[in-house]
Write a protein that binds this ligand. Sequence first.
Ligand code: SF4
Length: 221
Amino acid sequence: MVQRQTLDQLAEYLAYELEEGRETVEQERETLASVARKVKACRRCPLGAARTQAVPGQGNATPEILFVGEAPGADEDRQGLAFVGAEGQLLSRMIEAMGYTREQVFITNVVKCRPPDNRPPLPDELSACRSYLLAQVRRLRPKAIVALGAVPTRAMLGTETAISQLRGQWHTFENIRLMPTYHPAYLLRNPKAKHEVWNDLKAVLAFLGRTPPARQSKTET
Ligand code: SF4
């Protein structure tokens, strides 16, 4: 029979562990918040002068998956949030098809300020902004990264290889498994590519030991 004293000690230990866990999550939020503050004050490259708002990214402080896109567009620049326009709505459906909500993952871009006329970020801009993504990845420590499109994939992997050859295969960034796939903007222009993207996302789920929710497995993205 378990002694009363032992039960009290166990309860005390569990309370301590719970408190420690809370503190760890709070610290993670704090460090992510400090990255976001630095991004919002940043003027390291010319994009800082042209933006309405910087877009650090948003989501869960301890996500299984980190989604990384190219750069904010007009809607994101206005709202200060990543992937909130039409492309963002498609990304939401992709995330939901995988069995997650946007609040359970983290979403950001390789470049945190909007390039003029939505042109691709220049090499100098990618280089200037790189440390923020690195800081986020090191604090988030996701189990998997999904790189959305050629720009983030090439920037993170340091390659010029075409996205069509990189997607669907595992790569590594900061010792974390990285799956490149097509950007939602490309899917809006080329809906037929949804099948390939869904295959890529299913590979991510398989790596995480998950299966897509049954009702979503046929509808795809
Ligand atoms: S794009 Fe990145 S490096 Fe350039 S100003 Fe914005 S936050 Fe700074």
